[in-house]
Design a protein around this ligand. Structure first.
Ligand code: RP5
Length: 156
C-alpha cells in the first residue's frame, strides 16, 4: 500500500484496518510520485522479488501515483482518490480513473480506502480459499447487521 503523502494516512488507515481484520500482511509506504519519482521507481522494481500481489495506491489532487505504478508493474493496482480541499476530491478521482488504454487502474470512490482493501482481498481470494471463505462470512455478517437494524425499526 502506497500513499502520496502523510496527509493521506487517516484515509488509507481504513484499508489497513480491513487487511488487519482479515490477517493479510501488507506494507505501507509514503512515496510521492511527484516529489520522489526515483525513489518510487526503485521501490516498484522490488515488487516481484518482495512477493507483492496487489498494490493499493492513494493520492490526492493531480493524483498520478496509481497510474505511474501501473505503468511500471503488471500487478493489479487499485487507486484511492483522496478528498481535496479545493475540489472535494473530484480532481483526484478524475486523475486516477481516466487512465489511457493499455494501463488499467481499478478505481474506488473518493476516500473509499476500505473498498480498495476489500477489492484487493477479492483478487487474492481467487487463489486463497481462506480469504475466500472469510470474505463470504464478511458479506453474511454485513447482511445480518442490516436485517437486525430493519427488525429494530419494525421492518421485517
Ligand atoms: C498528493 O498531494 C498526496 O497524495 C496528497 O493527497 C496531496 C497533498 O499532499 P501534501 O501537500 O499534504 O503533502 O501527492
Amino acid at each position: 500500500m502506497i500513499m502520496g503523502s502523510m496527509s493521506d494516512q487517516p484515509i488509507m488507515e481504513n484499508a489497513a484496518k480491513i487487511l488487519q481484520e482479515f490477517g493479510v500482511s501488507y506494507e505501507l509506504r509514503v512515496i510521492s510520485a511527484h516529489r520522489a519519482p526515483n525513489f518510487l521507481f526503485h521501490y516498484i522494481d522490488q515488487f516481484n522479488e518482495r512477493g507483492f500481489k496487489v498494490i493499493i495506491a492513494g493520492a490526492g489532487g493531480a493524483a498520478h501515483l496509481p497510474g505511474i505504478i501501473a505503468g511500471k508493474t503488471i500487478l493489479p493496482v487499485i487507486g484511492v482518490p483522496i478528498k481535496t480541499k479545493s475540489m472535494e476530491g473530484l480532481d483526484s478521482l478524475l486523475s486516477i480513473v481516466q487512465m489511457p488504454q493499455g494501463i488499467p487502474v481499478a478505481t474506488v470512490g473518493i476516500d473509499q480506502a476500505a473498498n480498495a482493501a476489500l477489492l484487493a482481498l477479492r483478487i487474492l481470494a481467487l487463489e486463497n480459499s481462506k480469504i475466500s471463505k472469510e470474505l463470504f462470512a464478511y458479506g453474511v455478517i454485513m447482511e445480518q447487521k442490516i436485517k437486525e437494524l430493519s427488525i429494530n425499526q419494525g421492518i421485517d
